[in-house]
Design a protein around this ligand. Structure first.
Ligand SMILES: NC(=O)c1ccc[n+]([C@@H]2O[C@H](COP(=O)([O-])OP(=O)(O)OC[C@H]3O[C@@H](n4cnc5c(N)ncnc54)[C@H](OP(=O)(O)O)[C@@H]3O)[C@@H](O)[C@H]2O)c1
Length: 321
């Protein structure tokens, strides 16, 4: 999903537009995946990129640079990518297709205050590709990393000739979403920005919509006059898998619930209208400690507080709305 968001005509947008470079037309790309050692990269991004490569849907000339604050060698990153594709990919990482893809993979550690290894890797990739490749930065990092990473891209030459993909959650409330937007627009024009969520559960929700709105049997009675409540289960089969820090900062509710049940009406509705309507109908949560009913733990897939605390230095936070 790609949601364009922003304030066209705002001062920040105008100033970013003024800074925008004229972009030479080219399909060749240097793709930088920030958070390349994380769960999303393993589960979705690396298998997805290999799938695109096999299908011939990546540019003729490209390089993919994985990045994180911790360092890996190129070979270690290629091994991780191979494991990820083996576990989560549609096709096995074998043959010429894999060899060509693996040869395009590189790794460069980067901290906002220490961007040099990444700058070197991007320069080497652009030299190897030749011409004027575009840059694509995918920020598969926890929300706390969005601002500093965008700041680093703006503070170096990296934001030039680039697009940026920001993962959800995009802020934790209106004020923080606006603040993040300001940060991004200080570096990127809105036309360069993509906001993405991989698991909107759209197909299953669309099925419900079709069942309700295109079905003379259910349509007249599936409404607030006849339905006392709706329970939405989100049964996760995986644990937090080393992501205690992410769940401590973001919370399962924001990670899963805010975006996933957002489509609330016939498919012709604009999705923003659907999500605003759904949010407007929700009763604010009272201050509570939220437990996963299915697993008896504070986060999806956790079986006890001890399995939570064994993954995080701090005791679990009490969740509040
Ligand atoms: N996992 C999913 O299925 C999924 C689905 C949809 C959206 N997302 C979104 O994708 C993003 C990443 O999620 P994840 O599950 O992959 O998290 P994760 O498993 O915790 O991985 C985070 C990655 O980012 C790096 N990182 C951690 N803190 C950072 C910081 N402050 N600045 C820069 N890099 C940092 C980590 O490596 P270092 O610590 O070495 O830097 C690691 O590579 C989140 O915004 C999440 O909401 C995830």
């Amino acid at each position: 999903m790609h949601v364009r968001h922003g304030a066209p005509g705002s001062d920040t947008t105008k100033s970013a537009t003024a800074r925008r470079e004229s972009i030479a037309p080219s399909d060749d790309h240097v793709i930088v995946v920030f958070g390349a050692t994380g769960d999303l990269s393993r589960r979705k991004l690396l298998p997805g990129l290999f799938h695109l490569a096999r299908a011939g849907l990546l540019p003729a000339r490209y390089r993919i640079i994985g990045s994180a604050r911790s360092a890996l060698t190129d070979d270690e990153f290629r091994r991780r990518a191979k494991d990820a594709v083996t576990e989560f990919g549609r096709a096995k990482p074998t043959g010429e297709a894999w060899r060509a893809f693996a040869n395009s993979l590189f790794f460069a550690a980067a901290e906002p205050t220490q961007p040099q290894p990444l700058l070197d890797a991007v320069a080497a990739a652009e030299k190897a590709i030749g011409g004027h490749p575009r840059r694509l930065f995918h920020l598969a990092v926890p929300p706390a990393g969005f601002g500093p990473t965008v700041g680093m891209l703006g503070g170096t030459d990296l934001a030039r000739n680039a697009n940026v993909i920001i993962e959800k959650p995009f802020g934790t409330d209106l004020a923080s979403a606006r603040a993040l937007n300001e940060t991004i627009h200080a570096t990127f024009d809105e036309s360069q920005v993509f906001r993405i969520d991989h698991f909107l559960g759209r197909e299953s929700v669309d099925n419900i919509l079709a069942l309700r709105f295109a079905n003379g049997l259910f349509e007249p009675i599936w409404n607030r006059e006849h339905v006392s409540h709706v329970q939405i289960d989100v049964p996760e089969t995986i644990g937090i898998e080393g992501r205690a820090g992410f769940f401590e900062a973001t919370g399962t509710f924001r990670d899963m619930i805010v975006t996933h049940p957002r489509r609330g009406g016939p498919v012709s509705w604009p999705s923003r209208c659907g999500s605003v309507t759904v949010c407007g109908c929700m009763t604010p949560r009272k201050r509570c400690r939220c437990w996963s009913a299915r697993s008896g733990g504070p986060a999806a897939g956790m079986r006890s507080w001890s399995s939570w605390t064994s993954r995080t230095a701090a005791p679990p936070r009490t969740s509040s709305s």
